[in-house]
Design a protein around this ligand. Structure first.
Ligand code: PLP
Length: 390
């Protein structure tokens, strides 16, 4: 658990603290094993390969997928999204996405518009940040190849109707990529029920693993048209200078971040034992408490749905009379409360929320280890800052 005087409410950036088993697993691997994965026949190398395979299987189990070779390890959520977007899209393809996306979706798409003649429709969301699924359908044209959706916004916390959008995508023969950066590990997620072709997620947020880890789920058959964006040593088929086409080697060139993946495995054991369903309930309860606390304050604006059931544990606010950066600094220096201020890498979302010209928002994000006391202290701090602005 964190030192008592530090209240960490920046879990949307990366989760902290991690389960104790994560620190132990990383330390144990670094001190006692240290071998590369998939590249040796001595005892430690075989053991580490087992640990990496086990982490892969745990991710597959978590998202309801039977073949763990469909899970690709990457460096972070951004890396997974780049592989999916650059690997999938060809000249002339049309993509439908939303104004709620993170720059890890928006920027690769801008690049592909510029350099590969890809066209993009960015559908709007409603005032609370929720997208109408029928807007995806309405945006489809004869060249539409891909829908891209952030399942939960890192600004408003709003949960999108991913299952409905997945159904539309599949009925129209369109591929569906989900950015699960703010949902995986926070709410139950099943790749099959969502009809997702690709799911990109960091390992270091809701999955509670170390920074420098990420995953990409690739549905059966998708590898036939998903190009590898990097080539190199995989430890397999070393007698040839052609990239292997087998899963997951096709997309996993270079030595793995084994300390990170082993730590992620330990985090997944914790997540599975505690249960994502229970974590979701815990975070929903905290979010509801936070929302109710902020709603009771006069000069505080809350962005996103006011019903905690429609959100993950991300709550953005502004206090009248204060710049978001000033609020974040006051929270840190006077209250030891750590939050994030600014645009949260989601510029189009701020246009929609009209928070572009006021410097964005102050974002509080709870996690698996956040307590009621943390939330109450955050509400008290915000109420004192808000009162001082009058
Ligand atoms: C919605 C969303 N997508 C993608 C990312 C990128 O994840 P990473 O920081 O692991 O690259 C983030 C991170 O904040 C995010 O919130």
């Amino acid at each position: 658990m964190p030192p008592t005087n530090r209240i960490y409410l920046d879990n949307a950036a990366t989760s902290w603290p991690k389960p104790a088993a994560v620190y132990d697993a990383v330390d144990r691997y670094m001190r006692k094993n240290g071998a590369p994965a998939g590249r040796g026949t001595y005892g430690e190398a075989i053991e580490v390969e087992r640990l990496v395979s086990e982490s892969r299987k745990q991710i597959a189990d978590l998202i309801g997928v039977s073949d763990s070779k469909r899970i690709i390890f990457t460096s972070n959520g951004t890396d997974s999204l780049n592989l999916a977007l650059h690997g999938l899209l060809r000249a002339g393809d049309h993509v439908v996405t939303t104004v709620c996306e993170h720059n890890s979706v928006l920027r690769p798409l801008r690049q592909l518009e510029k350099n590969r003649d890809v066209t993009v429709t960015r559908v709007e969301c409603g005032a609370s940040g929720i997208v109408d699924a029928t807007a995806f359908e309405a945006a489809v044209n004869s060249n539409t190849k891909l829908f891209v959706l952030t399942q939960a916004s890192n600004v408003t916390g709003a949960i999108q109707p991913a299952e409905t959008i997945g159904r539309i995508a599949n009925s129209r023969g369109i591929r569906f990529l989900i950015d699960a950066a703010q949902s995986l590990g926070h709410v139950p997620l099943n790749a099959i029920e969502l009809r997702a072709h690709l799911i990109a997620a960091p390992g270091h947020k809701g999955l509670l693993g170390p920074l420098g880890t990420g995953v990409l789920y690739v549905a059966p058959g998708v590898e036939a048209y998903l190009h590898a964006t990097r080539q190199g040593g995989t430890g397999t088929l070393s007698e040839t200078d052609y990239q292997p086409m087998t899963m997951p080697d096709k997309y996993e060139s270079g030595n793995h971040n084994v300390p990170g993946i082993v730590g992620l495995g330990a985090a997944l054991t914790y997540l599975t034992e505690r249960g994502v369903k229970h974590i979701a309930l815990h975070e929903q309860e905290l979010t509801s408490r936070l929302l109710n606390g902020f709603l009771s304050l006069d000069n505080v604006t809350i962005y996103g749905p006011h019903d905690a059931k429609q959100r993950v544990g991300v709550v953005s606010i502004n206090i009248e009379g204060y710049d978001p950066q000033e609020v974040a600094t006051m929270l840190d220096t006077a209250y030891s409360i750590q939050v994030r201020s600014g645009f949260h890498c989601a510029p189009l979302m701020h246009e929609k929320l009209s928070t572009r010209d006021c410097g964005g928002t102050v974002r509080f994000s709870v996690g698996a280890f956040t307590t009621h006391e943390h939330v109450d202290r955050a509400i008290q701090a915000v109420s004192e800052i808000a009162a001082s602005a009058i």
